[in-house]
Design a protein around this ligand. Structure first.
Ligand SMILES: NC(=O)c1ccc[n+]([C@@H]2O[C@H](COP(=O)([O-])OP(=O)(O)OC[C@H]3O[C@@H](n4cnc5c(N)ncnc54)[C@H](O)[C@@H]3O)[C@@H](O)[C@H]2O)c1
Length: 312
């Protein structure tokens, strides 16, 4: 019998890539998702042994039903977005913090190994350029605080119950199926959408803020490695390229790929956003053998091509 993996939030952007990757490797997958930000259609056409449980990770009964006989869990379910968390911080708290406590409680009962989707937002603004896992976290927004609360639960479950957990901190993940037309959209998806619609892309702030943009296929490869590694206790690893790209440079690269020259609109910088976000990926390489194979430039090309196939 193949290993059954539970993926919470599996109908979301990153989840839909992970589910495809796991199924392609011959694994059985159960998804639990409440479809609050994810879409059923994100899992259209997938082949393999996939079960979908519609429900919330804050609901103990739904989580128990989803666990079935899974001994491996990737916990992605969350309400992402710094901006959303400023508007509805309690919703963010319930989905990210309470939901994580619920999933960990069930994981303990089932003796499961857990990979938790952590966020680079936990670092906040730091003096040092490279964000490394041993830094003291400094969450700026309710989203960052709720994601970090989830991490703290992971650490405590590893300590007191011996639960094996890997916290994978994602930086700015981009790729196909990221929602491009919401007020909470990630910047790569939003820029692709604007370019394809002939609209001016909007830059919040002056565009010199920088991010470690990471292609989704590389992220889910790292997640899979973390899931089947043999680590014990709680490990924390950054999953990114260790490459700093400003928002202006991102737009220039996308404009080049699109063959268009565009003037952006500038808006006020958003509250709660960090200025610079750059990963030290040394631990991910040494602990889980993280070795991204696609990279930024190829990832941007594939992403733009996908949005063009969907929206032009
Ligand atoms: N995308 C990024 O750049 C990024 C960066 C850092 C961390 N992360 C983390 O990665 C994970 C996945 O993010 P994503 O970008 O794919 O976002 P997403 O919104 O596409 O996916 C989240 C999924 O969780 C589901 N969900 C939300 N609340 C739920 C609940 N209470 N019960 C069950 N399902 C619920 C949503 O419907 C959605 O399918 C999140 O934990 C997020 O915090 C993402």
């Amino acid at each position: 019998m193949s290993t059954r993996v539970l993926v919470t939030g599996g109908a979301g952007f990153i989840g839909s890539h992970l589910v495809r990757r796991l199924l392609a490797a011959g694994r059985s997958v159960t998804v639990i998702d409440d479809f609050s930000t994810g879409r059923r259609t994100n899992l259209d056409g997938v082949e393999g042994d996939l079960e979908i449980v519609e429900g919330s990770v804050t609901d103990a009964v739904a989580v128990q039903r989803a666990f079935a006989n899974s001994k491996h869990v990737v916990h992605l379910a969350a309400l992402p977005s710094v901006a959303r968390s400023l508007e509805t911080p309690l919703d963010t708290h319930h989905a990210c913090a309470t939901g994580t406590a619920q999933v960990l409680f069930a994981a303990k009962q089932h003796g499961a190994r857990v990979v938790y989707a952590g966020s680079s937002s936990a670092y906040g603004n730091q003096q040092e350029q490279w964000k490394h896992e041993s830094m003291r976290e400094d969450p700026l927004s309710p989203y960052a605080a709720a994601k970090l609360a989830g991490e703290l639960y992971c650490r405590s479950y590893a300590r007191v119950y011996g639960l094996p957990v890997v916290i994978t901190r994602f930086f700015n993940v981009f790729g196909p199926r990221q929602v491009p037309d919401s007020q909470y959209s990630g910047v790569v998806a939003a820029f692709c959408f604007s370019l394809l619609r002939g609209q001016q892309p909007r830059i919040d702030g002056d565009g010199t803020q920088s991010r470690d943009f990471t292609y989704v296929e590389d992220v889910v490869e790292g997640v899979e490695k973390a899931l089947f590694a043999t680590t014990t206790g709680c490990e924390i690893v950054n999953l990114a390229y260790g490459q700093s790209i400003t928002v202006r440079d991102l737009l220039a690269e996308l404009s080049r790929v699109a063959g268009k020259s565009v003037q952006p609109l500038y808006a006020a910088a958003r509250k709660g956003d960090v200025r610079h976000s750059l990963a030290d990926v040394g631990r991910a390489k040494s602990i889980i053998g993280f070795c991204p194979s696609v990279g930024f430039a190829e990832g941007i090309q594939r992403t733009y091509d996908w949005y063009r196939s969907q929206y032009s």
